[in-house]
Design a protein around this ligand. Sequence first.
Ligand SMILES: O=C(O)COP(=O)(O)O
Ligand SMILES: [Mg+2]
Length: 224
Amino acid sequence: MSVCFAPCPVVFDLDGTLIDSAPDIHACVNAALNRYGYSPLELNQVRGFIGGGVGVLWDRIAAACDIDTTTKTAMLSAFMTRYENATELTILFDDVAKVLGTLADRGHPLGICTNKPLAPTKAVLRHFNLGNLFQTIVAGDTQPEKKPNPTPLRIALVNLGADPSQPNGVFVGDSEYDANCAAAIGVPFLLYSEGYRHTPIDRLPHRASFDRFVQLPALVEAEA
Ligand SMILES: O=C(O)COP(=O)(O)O
Ligand SMILES: [Mg+2]
């Protein structure tokens, strides 16, 4: 009798993993800063603030620019209005569309687990014609917890058919938030090394790292 294993679920982070969205986030941040009379920030600085979702982003901007809490709240809301449809300056990393298609063709259920809010997540996936590839999207405002809390990843894996008590599957991401979230529930983590990470690769818990998406299918199959 042969035993047949179904292809494992694969969950992806979004910002800094599938897409380079920092230029759009940077433009939306600077538009909000400008509206309230603050000087613009450099792209590198804003890129370094991405990963924990929009609340963390604006906490960091407020600390860097000495913005009070009431003004920060108003600026975050101005930022969101523009961010919800910010796709113009965003690019897919090389070979992402091709590799997602390969994994889907092999039967892997695909999902997204991002700290980015749901509206801009859906807008950018629609923009790149990727919306239909993902069977679940767990975004930064979908539930109370955000990465590195592992609850969003667990929900995404379970939505793709994984066992809630010990979810199988892999998580692909670029940051400390992703690595620690996967480690907390023992899910193999594949680190994309060209994203928005601050920590050296060898100091992050991960199963393997890659710098080109064409390397990913073989790394996923090694875990399946
Ligand atoms: O938008 C963020 O701050 C982080 O988004 P990510 O979880 O997709 O990296
Ligand atoms: Mg990321």
